[in-house]
Design a binder for this molecule. Structure first.
Ligand code: ARG
Length: 473
């Protein structure tokens, strides 16, 4: 327990903050998750101070073993954080001093909480970026497996949520892998943005002590050292980058969640979510609800709010550190936690759901989705496309009035609409043939989707290799 009312700045003060001020000013409930990074940063700092002759080697050793003891206690849940300590940095330093005495008071030489918090947060952001990268990869793998195990399933493709042209289910699944590949790139960018050491900037202007920043950077695994102390203690762009990556990632998950919600409805019936990923109703016995997909969609609103909150916090801040910056962590951590959990939920739903191939095919036969191909056929036989469009439009209208599909038509009926149709025109409306004809790069023909599957797998492989390399560091 800290001494009641004692603060690190008590030398200059004649009154101490009351309980309200303590709680209002504290960030401990949010930043205590930085404990491991705080301890790693302090050990690297203390070692460097000793190497540079700023503190005695024996003090650095006492600091290091004291901090490792605190780390063990926190991880064993045997450490009580006290809100009177305000933040994780002061809580750990105060406890260190209680444990090892004067050596603990030397740790803060040539350092300020301003460069300390920036360092801890960057270390944490890097770690979170890698965790998210892992979550994105797992979801990509689940989508690739779905595409791989359902190579020939035809489903309706939509524009305006109206049936448009048939596509392969695998093609639809792979569409999301490309969104997720871009999400991976954004998370990777956030990792790189965080990968710069601010420690050594001290409060704002640097320090009078002969420190070695490169050594600290090397020890903490940072790729670079910040070149401007004022920028270093006030820059939170790396958190914006990370939060933005989470927010746009959530927007993508929300789109996929919306599809699962629609597809699992009785009206669509394209997929059946596993019972473990569904909920029932307290009043309607027949209900099976896609709550988890709805929650992913709903939580996306929170993530968008987090990004907005962070950006508005930074707006208008003069150099260098301002206490406003303490408000950076809550939205950023919330966005990260929300995204990480949502990635897991989506992967869980997708890898356990049943794909109702017959319902998808049935859906692809309705809706006159071969109409474009009928018009294309006339166009290849010399009918100007605008005229062909008109002729097929009339065929669709007649079918609709009679309650028939294009596949119900006879060759004679087609020839009556246009002599150019010939006897073989019905092949134009065969739903598998319609899909197979979209045989351009990126199209939905089976061999093109197969080619795309290989590309998606290769892209995932490259990203996973990058991640493995970082995790191995
Ligand atoms: N808890 C503070 C934060 O999160 C740490 C830095 C405080 N620095 C200061 N000069 N008051 O930003």
């Amino acid at each position: 327990m800290p001494e009641p009312g004692k603060t690190p700045w008590s030398g200059r003060f004649s009154a101490t903050p009351g309980e309200f001020q303590q709680v209002f000013g504290a960030s401990l409930p949010v930043d205590k998750r930085l404990y491991a990074e705080d301890i790693a940063g302090s050990i690297a700092h203390a070692r460097m101070l000793a190497r540079q002759g700023v503190i005695a080697a024996s003090d650095a050793e006492a600091i290091e073993s004291g901090l490792l003891g605190i780390l063990r206690d926190i991880e064993a849940d045997a450490f009580v954080f006290d809100i009177a300590d305000e933040d994780v940095h002061m809580a750990i330093e105060a406890e260190l001093t209680r444990r090892i005495g004067d050596a603990g008071k030397r740790l803060h030489t040539a350092r300020s909480r301003n460069d300390q918090v920036a360092t801890d947060t960057r270390l944490h952001a890097r770690r979170m970026a890698l965790e998210l990268a892992g979550g994105i990869s797992e979801l990509r793998a689940a989508l690739i497996t779905l595409a791989d195990t359902h190579p020939a399933v035809v489903m309706p493709g939509y524009t305006h949520l109206q049936k448009a042209q048939p596509v392969l289910f695998a093609h639809h699944m792979l569409a999301y892998t490309w969104m997720l590949a871009r999400d991976f790139r954004r998370v990777k960018h956030a990792y790189k943005a965080a990968d710069v050491l601010p420690l050594g900037s001290a409060a704002l202007a640097g320090t009078t002590f002969p420190i070695d920043r490169d050594k600290v950077a090397h020890e903490l695994g940072f790729s670079a050292v910040s070149p401007n102390s004022l920028d270093a203690v006030s820059d939170r762009d790396f958190l914006v980058d990370l939060t933005y990556a989470c927010t746009l990632g959530m927007v993508h998950l929300s789109r996929l969640a919306e599809e699962l919600i629609l597809w699992s409805s009785g009206e669509f019936g394209f997929v059946t979510l596993d019972d473990a990923w569904s909920t029932g109703s307290s009043i309607m016995p027949q209900k099976k609800n896609p709550d988890f997909a709805e929650l992913v969609r709903g939580k996306t609103g929170r993530a968008v709010g987090d990004l907005t909150a962070l950006l508005v916090t930074l707006k208008g801040l003069p150099l260098a550190y301002n206490k406003d910056l303490q408000e950076d962590k809550e939205p950023a951590f919330d966005a990260v936690d929300t995204y990480a959990a949502s990635l897991r939920a989506m992967a869980g739903m997708l890898s356990t759901m049943r794909v109702n191939e017959d319902r998808m095919r049935e859906g692809a036969l309705g809706g006159f989705m071969a109409a474009t191909d009928l018009a294309d056929l006339l166009a290849t036989r010399g009918v100007p496309f605008r005229e062909a469009h008109e002729i097929v439009g009339r065929i669709v209208l007649d079918c609709e009035r009679a309650g028939r599909t294009l596949q119900d038509l006879t060759p004679d009926e087609l020839k009556a609409a246009s002599a150019e149709f010939g006897d073989d025109a019905l092949s134009a409306v065969d739903i598998d043939a319609v899909v197979a004809r979209r045989d351009t790069f990126g199209g939905t023909a089976p061999d093109r989707v197969d080619e795309q599957l290989t590309l998606a797998r290769e892209a995932l492989g490259r990203d996973s290799a990058w991640l493995e390399e970082r995790l191995g560091d």
